[in-house]
Design a protein around this ligand. Structure first.
Ligand code: ZN
Ligand code: ZN
Length: 144
């Protein structure tokens, strides 16, 4: 996977050693394009026959986090999810039932400029999350 090689370079630049474990973690995060918890990554790797301890997954995710490779999304204290920081600003659409998370493009750039001008604030950031019920969960509900 070409993208994985790019991340390998990125880690090198940040002075993070490239290990089999870190490569496996990044591969999963790249493959499944949504934020994942350590537990989810652990299970996915296990299914692929890669046996890492859950504590190893946590340790490496925390290393990634403190080096700006992933960010931590605290949707629920018990379910910290991690996503790769790819540089672009975006938002999240979250299913309240199964907690699937999809990225959304930002629709607020224009609005931010307007607020900035109207209020004389220097706007630094904004956050928006949208919640709903994903197509899958809607379908499953109809089946009941
Ligand atoms: Zn759902
Ligand atoms: Zn935005």
């Amino acid at each position: 996977m070409d993208e994985l090689i790019l991340w390998k370079e990125k880690l090198k630049e940040k002075g993070i050693r490239w290990t089999k474990q870190r490569s496996a973690l990044l591969r999963v995060l790249l493959q499944i394009e949504r934020p994942l918890s350590a537990q989810e990554i652990f299970i996915k790797l296990k299914k692929e026959g890669v046996n890492l301890r859950l504590s190893t997954v946590y340790r490496n995710l925390n290393c990634f986090k403190s080096n700006g490779v992933v960010r931590n999304l605290n949707f629920d204290e018990q379910k910290n999810k991690f996503e790769l920081i790819k540089g672009e600003h975006h938002h999240h659409l979250i299913c309240i039932n199964c907690e699937e998370i999809r990225p959304l493009d930002c629709p607020l750039q224009q609005f931010e400029t307007e607020v900035d001008q109207e209020t004389d604030y220097a706007i630094l950031e904004h956050r928006m999350k949208m919640y709903g019920i994903c197509p899958n969960c809607q379908k499953n509900n109809n089946d009941l």
